[in-house]
Ligand binder design. Structure first.
Ligand SMILES: [Cu+2]
Length: 340
């Protein structure tokens, strides 16, 4: 072979190898865990500064058995990966999975609940078939992140998907099994997969959690600590009672307050569950956002995942709520803080 050709071939090969070396396997140890969840841990309306509204006639209470995704340190699933204090506002939302286009996400999944559930990405090009994972079992999933999963030409540096349990999407999402999967453009990610040009990522799940549709509802009905008034299933209009319009699983300002700084590039990842009770209008007091190329203060969130970019310029404590009265009045309101 002529030296020039050898040189050219080896240069191409090293380029290929360098590119291949950039692609990473991103491993997460995630379990579906049953927890006791309070929609209002402060047991007050922190925004209006008054007690919570009285229980509706067929409302069990404010605390329910739920199933949520939680991250562990390794495959023994003995030690929870504790969420940083600045991320405590994420509440019942599953751990954030970041990936750069070209990476593979590996999820080692343990089902710690007593019901068949799974974990599967929604919206990815190569949505892998997932079979129900029986209670106590562990399954490993691999999700390749392809170019067509990454940001389009008019997107920012990252786009949002959800992952969720797909055995019975209605029952599983109303139990709480949903989380964010963020895909960053190739070459635009930090080592952890998050976009380099974003200073602060905020995860916001707008969700009507309809407890009567959760697979844990029979357990909630039968547990006197959850249902002290012994309300029976017969007395309950199944779809509309015990439905909580929440931000990250909190109502009436009970969400811990996320901080951000004036002038930062803040990216809000807006997730939604897909009940017929959902369909939200996230709106911010104090700042505007850019969403889908438009300057707005309210986003129409009819898809399960959308992105809004904010550069806060007005320090203070501000509201983020769903603009629809049917969700806002029963408690879909929270706060965020802009530091100087
Ligand atoms: Cu809403």
């Amino acid at each position: 072979m002529r030296p020039a050709l050898v040189f050219a071939l080896s240069a191409i090969a090293s380029l290929f190898l360098a590119h291949a070396a950039l692609a990473q396997e991103r491993i997460h140890y995630i379990a579906a865990d049953e927890v006791m969840w309070s929609y209002a841990p402060h047991h007050a309306d922190l925004i209006a500064g008054r007690p919570l509204p009285p229980l509706a006639p067929s409302q069990l209470g404010w605390v329910y058995h739920k199933a949520i995704y939680r991250e562990y340190t390794d495959a023994s699933f003995t030690k929870l990966l504790v969420r940083a204090a600045q991320d405590s506002y994420e509440g019942l939302v599953g751990p954030t999975i970041h990936a750069e286009v070209g990476d593979t996400v590996t999820v080692v999944f343990r089902n710690n609940t007593r019901f068949p559930v799974d974990i599967a990405p929604a919206g990815l090009l190569s949505r892998p078939a997932a079979a129900a994972v029986s209670p106590g079992s562990t399954v490993t999933y691999r999700w390749p992140i392809r170019a067509a999963d990454g940001p389009g030409p008019r997107d920012g540096s990252s786009v949002l998907y959800t992952y969720e349990s797909s055995v019975d999407e209605t029952k599983d999402q109303n139990a709480g099994l949903i989380g964010p999967l963020i895909v960053t453009r190739s070459g635009a990610a930090r080592a952890d997969g998050s976009p380099r040009d974003v200073d602060r990522e905020i995860i916001a799940l707008f969700s009507v959690q309809a407890e009567a549709r959760s697979f844990l509802f029979p357990r909630n009905l039968g547990d006197p600590s959850v249902n002290p008034r012994r309300i029976s299933a017969k007395g309950i209009l199944l779809d509309l009672s015990n439905a909580f319009p929440t931000l990250n699983g909190f109502v009436f300002g009970n969400m811990p307050i996320p901080d951000m700084r004036r002038g930062q590039h803040v990216r809000w990842y807006l997730l939604s569950t897909q009940n017929d009770l959902d369909g939200h209008a996230p709106t911010w007091d104090g700042q505007t956002v850019i969403s889908q190329g438009n300057r707005v203060d309210t986003v129409g969130l009819v898809t399960p995942h959308q992105v809004a970019d904010m550069v806060p310029d007005d320090p203070g404590l501000w509201l983020v709520v769903c603009e629809f009265n049917v969700h806002l009045l029963p408690g879909l309101e929270a706060r965020y803080r802009v530091l100087p």
